[in-house]
Write a protein that binds this ligand. Structure first.
Ligand code: NHR
Ligand code: GAR
Length: 219
């Protein structure tokens, strides 16, 4: 009584789907306030589709190459997402830029996980570029999606150290572990109705601040 229904989520993927798996695992817990109603991939053999099937979640392949324009592809996405009854769209390694028409129609209801501490390292190859830049702290960000790439309001971020001897793979793995923690957290906060968009800034109700300053290296 008085409980809000679970938020219905569509997850869009293009690949291996480890972030999808983290969301599936979170949603399998009875107290988690979200339900994944469909997984959509633009790539027919994305491994994430197998993860969804195994979890008993409906899947759909919408191949961007089958459409004459980006607008037509996005219209097909929109139709499929609405047909599934989704209220929130989670991009999880989804590799196609969304058109302004789509991001406007879904403003405040599409989120993405990006493997960098935005606004640093927008775009692709974030770990390589972080190593080249010599940053000592790197990480990941969950943000609302707007028409501008990797530019939307930030919801949750996690920082990880860059360690001596890191290569792209070891750094990616450390960041990915943090992604699997903060993506379900962000969906939980939205499902609980605690996330509020205020222009470029997101407010999270009733959240504690991180306890500590992360310094790297320590000497
Ligand atoms: N769409 C909009 N409008 N805004 C964002 O912030 C988006 C987005 C779609 C996806 C995820 C993203 C990332 O976190 C994302 C954010 C794809 C590209 C890209 O250049 C860039 C960023 C992201 C996803 N895609 C090429 C394209 O032409 C295709 C690349 C490929 O197919 O391999 O769409 O990094
Ligand atoms: C993740 O690291 C995600 O942050 C990143 O791709 C990986 C997908 O892994 N996303 C982007 O770079 C978006 N352009 P996954 O398929 O195992 O979740």
């Amino acid at each position: 009584m008085g409980e809000r229904p679970d938020v219905k989520v569509a997850v869009l993927i293009s690949g291996r789907g480890s972030n999808l798996q983290a969301l599936l695992d979170a949603c399998a817990k009875p107290e988690f306030p979200a339900e994944i109603v469909c997984v959509i991939s633009n790539i027919a053999d994305a491994y994430g589709l197998e993860r969804a099937r195994r979890a008993g979640v409906a899947t759909q392949v919408i191949d961007h190459k089958a459409f004459p324009t980006r607008e037509a592809f996005d219209a097909a996405l929109d139709t499929a997402i609405r047909a599934a009854g989704a209220e929130l769209v989670c991009l999880a390694g989804f590799m196609r830029l969304l058109t302004p028409g789509f991001t406007k129609a879904w403003h405040g209801r599409v989120i993405n996980i990006h493997p960098a501490l935005l606004p640093s390292f927008k775009g692709l190859h974030t770990h390589r570029r972080a190593l080249e830049a010599g940053v000592k702290l790197h990480g990941c960000s969950v943000h609302f999606v707007t028409a501008d790439l990797d530019d939307g309001p930030l919801i949750v971020q996690a920082a990880v150290p860059v360690l001596d001897g890191d290569d792209e793979d070891s750094l990616a793995q450390r960041v990915l572990t943090a992604e699997h923690r903060i993506y379900p957290l962000a969906v939980k906060l939205i499902g609980e109705g605690r996330v509020h968009l205020d222009g470029r800034v997101v407010r999270v109700d009733g959240a504690a601040d991180a306890g500590a300053t992360l310094v790297n290296p320590i000497a």
